[in-house]
Design a protein. Structure first.
Length: 305
């Protein structure tokens, strides 16, 4: 299977504003179809190859079950189980996979490497998380916010904690949907300047602060993620110190009486979020996790249309 110029999804702004809304609308339809038992096997006979250099629960299971529900099949390719782990170049891995599968999803460390995969692939490549970006998470986040708030107009979101991969893609997604975003991170752990520039070019105007209370005050959504991402385990001590005061806890929520709380999961209770908050009725983290399935089914169907 090959397409002369496949569309890839490496960053959330690889799709236009209109295309993003089209994918979210498809996700709504697919969610409804699944909930009502309506058949939706649009990818009958198609195969997704899934390369993982890092662990995963949500991404792996939502892509795999998503392909099954769409009538297709997914192949799990742990990086150490395939020849990539023994040094086969990524470009050869990509050219080979392209001859077998209809679409590839990859979770890799270096963002450059997912670009190498895409550059050498004749089928669409989807970023399932790199050190810099997690656009599939953003699709689910936007779907969840739209469900929760009834739209994106006048929605104010606070990203509190690390300016990491999940935060970076979300900043761009928030700009594309015209939400009002404040990002609060410790000095030195902010969103990359290049990402802020891209958000601004897309019409966003995120407020940047080092004060979590300023960000949280009167927000509709408070969103956080781990302080120590996969691959940063050696930085634990210095990060734990740097992020002191950035925990999403009940004291912080007092500044945002209406806010729902989001987290991409997995969460480290007692670090970036308290057990009390994640278990409270403010928390929409499992709706957010479920929406990975619906959003990615829509993305796969859209890419393979
Ligand atoms: N949120 C997310 O991507 O979770 P996993 O690491 O479990 O895939
Ligand atoms: N920022 C986290 C997200 C995990 C889904 C990480 O990269 O480990």
């Amino acid at each position: 299977p090959s397409d002369p110029e496949p569309r890839h999804f490496l960053e959330i702004d690889d799709v236009s504003h209109e295309e993003l809304l089209e994918i979210l609308d498809r996700a709504d339809d697919l969610k409804h179809a699944q909930q009502t038992g309506e058949p939706h096997e649009a990818l009958d006979g198609q195969t997704l190859g899934m390369i993982f250099q890092k662990p995963s629960t949500r991404t792996r299971v939502s892509f795999e079950t998503g392909m099954t529900q769409l009538g297709g099949h997914a192949v799990f390719l742990g990086a150490d189980d395939i020849q990539l782990g023994r040094g086969e170049p990524l470009k050869d891995t990509s050219r080979t996979l392209s001859r077998y599968v209809d679409v590839v999803m990859a979770r890799l460390f270096k963002h450059d490497n997912v670009e190498v995969l895409a550059a050498n692939s004749s089928v669409p490549v989807v970023n399932g998380l790199t050190d810099d970006a997690h656009p599939c998470q953003t699709l689910a986040d936007l779907l969840t916010i739209r469900e929760q708030e009834g739209g994106f107009d006048d929605v104010s979101v606070a990203w509190i904690g690390d300016g990491n991969n999940v935060g970076q893609s979300f900043v761009i997604g928030a700009a594309m949907t015209d939400m009002d975003l404040t990002v609060a991170t410790p000095e030195g752990y902010g969103i990359d300047d290049g990402v802020i520039d891209r958000a601004q070019e897309l019409g966003g105007d995120p407020t940047i602060t080092t004060d979590p209370v300023e960000a949280a005050t009167d927000a509709d959504i408070i969103y956080t993620d781990v302080w120590i991402s996969m691959g940063q385990e050696d930085e634990r001590d210095v990060r734990m110190e740097a992020f002191e005061g950035f925990q999403v806890c009940s004291d912080l929520l007092e500044h945002a009486p209406e806010a729902s709380v989001m987290h991409c999961l997995p969460a480290h209770r007692g670090e970036e979020i308290t057990d009390e908050v994640i278990e409270s009725d403010r928390s929409i983290v499992f709706d957010q996790a479920e929406n990975r399935l619906h959003a990615q089914k829509a993305l796969l169907q859209w890419l393979l249309d």
